[in-house]
Design a protein around this ligand. Structure first.
Ligand SMILES: Cc1cc2nc3c(=O)[nH]c(=O)nc-3n(C[C@H](O)[C@H](O)[C@H](O)COP(=O)(O)O)c2cc1C
Length: 201
């Protein structure tokens, strides 16, 4: 069996956060969509947590695949100050392989923060114990991906090009059939009807 690893990192978003009431950040939604497609193909699982402009992500999977993904993620300019919190060999996965669970702030995390004396989520203030509690909490909470995320964000819209989005969202026109094929089909139908009429008489 291939080496399985689990990597936990934190980072700071470079985009301006929307007020929490506005739902999922568009950038986070796009990241999540890319993750769902890519990670499923490479059997990478984990959780992505976003709160108050900070990311925390756990990635689990085969060593070379996780390392390659981390390199891609490092180059992503939607975040900065990437700090690897831990990297461990694991025997068993904690998260479903091929899925990236998403959670935002929720009651379980708020309770964890309060219990440990934090007023807000700032993972750069955490120690190993806090990360362990948080990861356990994130493992136990339900996925919070909005059901309509796929309708909101068509695939590959990372460019932010709204005209491209509109083009992709427009329903496809029904394919036009070749006039020759149409003529042939009509002739075949006429012959079939004639044969039927002859067989009846
Ligand atoms: C915080 C953060 C987490 C990300 N997590 C993943 C991930 O789990 N899987 C993934 O494929 N892309 C993830 N991305 C997006 C990648 O950096 C990259 O944009 C995406 O894989 C598309 O890469 P490509 O343009 O080379 O195809 C993440 C980006 C950020 C900022």
């Amino acid at each position: 069996m291939k080496d399985l690893i689990s990597v936990l990192y934190i980072s700071r978003a470079t985009f301006k956060p929307l007020p929490a009431t506005k739902g999922i950040e568009p950038d986070v939604g796009r990241i999540l969509q890319a993750s769902r497609t890519h990670n499923a193909q490479h059997r990478i699982g984990g959780v992505l947590f976003y709160c108050d402009g900070y990311f925390l992500q756990c990635l689990e999977g085969e060593r070379d695949k996780v390392k390659a993904l981390l390199e891609t993620i490092r180059q992503d300019d939607r975040h900065t100050d990437i700090r690897i919190v831990s990297e461990n060999e694991i025997k068993r996965r904690q998260f479903d392989h091929g899925s990236m669970k998403y959670t935002a702030i929720n009651d379980a995390v708020k309770l964890m923060l309060r219990t440990h004396g934090f007023e807000r989520f700032d993972p750069y203030q955490f120690d190993a114990n806090h990360f362990r509690y948080l990861l356990k909490t994130l493992k136990d909470v339900d996925d919070q991906t909005p059901a309509d995320l796929h309708e909101q964000l068509p695939k590959d819209t990372d460019t932010g090009d709204s005209s491209a989005k509109r083009t992709r969202l427009r329903p496809q026109a029904a394919p036009q059939r070749d006039p020759w094929a149409r003529g042939l089909a009509a002739a075949a139908l006429a012959v079939a009807l004639l044969a039927l009429a002859l067989s009846v008489t």
